[in-house]
Ligand binder design. Structure first.
Ligand code: G3H
Ligand code: 13P
Ligand code: NA
Ligand code: ZN
Length: 328
């Protein structure tokens, strides 16, 4: 069944778990997510980015998600629009039947230039007014995402700030978060707490507190009924990097957010955990290996099945690690 983000995250808060929010672009990702959710009895958040909309087209993404709901009617599914850069984009998704939208007013409409607080409040208020009138939830964002190690946003294309970011910008201010939530009435808030988008988060193996856990705690204390969202939550599995590089890929040494650190965040109020890169890495590794080991195969279903299976394993592991298993 299609449910709103607010409905799902209220349940997650009452029962102390987090929900992975997987980006979806194609059939294989959709099936991997749903099969893993079915196997673990987990509720689902699937999200479509601007890149996904230009790759697959919004109607295809919408029907992909609706098809999943038809095939697995017992699994609660949130259809979420990731990183909307304007109220108009959110409005279009609401019209298409999304049950949740992200209005990312932390950046200007170009998706690159950090925006000021007043701009963010204004566009988020507009999105909330439209969405709430339609029973649709809204995720806002305050603070600019970037690695505390490198000071960089991470993404080369897509959503992400350009240039070096100051330590100040890289951590959401708890007082400002309280003001922002009061002014906008968002259902969920993406916070900057040390993560960044993409595969290049950390250049060294992460040790100790790679996330600003204390900051998460402080923000949660100030806005206890607004659900916290952690973007850039891929763990960058070293075993998949190895497979990619063993079968012709060239990915330099890089590290992500350890699953145990995310679980620590969930203990302190993080409810939605955005993951895209891990599924991309698993898919790429599985396809490279399959084609290298089966040089005579030319049936795409065979290498795409390898991709689905690899992504399934990641999804299942995240549902279990975040306490989401058994909550559907
Ligand atoms: O927030 C970024 C997500 O990983 C989506 O990236 O715009 O390339 O689909 P994308
Ligand atoms: P990753 O690049 O770490 O998977 O983050 C995805 C994300 O935050 C999508 O909004
Ligand atoms: Na999002
Ligand atoms: Zn994101």
């Amino acid at each position: 069944a299609l449910i709103s983000l607010r409905q799902l995250l209220d349940h997650a808060a009452e029962n102390d778990y987090g929900v992975p929010a997987f980006n979806v672009n194609n059939l294989e990702q959709m099936r991997a997510i749903m099969e893993a959710a079915d196997a673990t009895d987990s509720p689902v958040i699937v999200q479509a980015s601007a890149g996904a909309r230009s790759y697959a087209g919004a109607p295809f993404l919408r029907h992909l998600i609706l098809a999943a709901i038809e095939e697995w009617p017992h699994i609660p599914v949130v259809m979420h629009q990731d990183h909307g850069t304007s109220p108009a984009i959110c409005q279009r998704s609401i019209q298409l039947g999304f049950s949740s939208v992200m209005m990312d007013g932390s950046l200007q409409e170009d998706g690159k230039t950090p925006a000021d607080y007043d701009y963010n409040v204004k566009v988020t208020q507009t999105a909330v007014a439209m969405a709430h009138a339609c029973g649709v939830s809204v995720e806002g964002e305050l603070g600019v995402l970037g690695s505390l190690e490198t000071g960089e946003a991470g993404e080369e294309d897509g959503v992400g700030a350009e240039g070096k970011l100051s330590h100040d910008q890289l951590l959401t201010d708890p007082e400002e978060a309280a003001q922002f939530v009061k002014a906008t009435n968002v259902d969920a808030l993406a916070i900057a707490c040390g993560t960044s988008h993409g595969a290049y988060k950390f250049s060294r193996p992460p040790t100790g507190d790679i996330l600003a856990i204390d900051r998460i705690k402080e923000i949660h204390k100030r806005i206890p009924t607004t659900h916290l969202v952690m973007h850039g939550s891929s763990s960058v599995p070293q075993e998949w990097l190895k497979v990619i590089n063993e079968f012709g890929g060239e990915i330099p040494e890089t590290y992500g957010v350890p699953v145990e650190q995310i679980a620590e965040g969930i203990k302190h109020g993080v409810r939605k955990v955005n993951i895209d890169t891990d599924l991309r890495l698993a898919s790429t590794g599985a396809v490279r290996r399959h084609l290298a080991q089966n040089p005579s195969n030319f049936d795409p279903r065979k290498f795409l099945k390898a991709s689905t299976d690899a992504m399934y394993d990641i999804c299942k592991a995240r549902f279990e690690a975040f306490g989401c298993a058994g909550q559907a």
